[in-house]
Each structure stands twice: as C-alpha cells, then as structure tokens.
Design a protein. Sequence first.
Length: 161
Amino acid sequence: MDTEESRHDPRLRLVHQLRALTVEFDLLAAEFAARHGLHPTDLRALIALLDAARAERPMTPGRLGEQLRLNSAGTTTLIDRLERLGLVRRERDTTDRRRVLLTVEPQAVDLGWTFFGPAIGTLLTAMDAFTPAELDTAERFLTAMTATAAATRTNVAGYHS
C-alpha cells in the first residue's frame, strides 16, 4: 500500500513506523534468544511472566498457555524447559494449594537486564528530546495502538478470552 496518497497520509506513515519499530524489537529479541539458546516462545513466555509480575497479577501455567496460544502439553514443555534453564520456578499458591503459580527467577531478570538494559538506556536517552506532554501523548497513542492490534489479532484468530 505504498501509493502516492499513502506517503502523504500521516496515519499511514505512523503505521509504517510502528511496523518498522516492531521489526527492530523482534530482531533484538531474536538476537537475545539466539545468544542464550532460547526459543522465541521462551522469550515471549518470560516477557509475559515479567509483565504479569509488574502488574501484580499471578500467572498460572494455564493462563500463560492461553496468552501464548499453546496447548496444555506445549505449555508444560515450555515451563519444564525454562525451569531446567533456571529461569522460572513453579510454586504452590499459598491461598489455594491446588493452584500452581509461575515466577521468574532473579537469574532471568539479570540476564535480561544485561542484554536489554543498554537498549532501554538508549531509548530513555532518546526520549529526553521530548516534553512530558509529548511523552504523555505518545503513551496514549501506543496504548491505543496496542489495544487495537490485540483486538484485531483476537478477531482474526476467532479467539475470545
């Protein structure tokens, strides 16, 4: 969709910029995974677990599998692999002993910071060129785009959580 009209539509230019940013982050993630002998799904799982921890939402194997679109066997294999690597641990929920919770080990956090920390620092430095109001606008924009992309993916996949 690279027509003359699309080159002048600021919305389409932003869509192309979002795609380019996504590709760059995917390449960075692939490099991290390759350097540490991880499958891309391993990295997506670790990100999901870290996001859940940051939001103070307990993560169960079932919820992780649902989020990653894995069946029960695939989820178990993934968690077993991450546990063997010392990146994740299973723990019984203290309020419901039937439920298993997943926790990212400090080693995984340290590994991530060693690789992604410099990239995050560079991004933060680049953000210094923007005013707080511009950053607020960017955050609102990215939040809306993320929600829209997730809804589109959900609709395309026919999946409803």
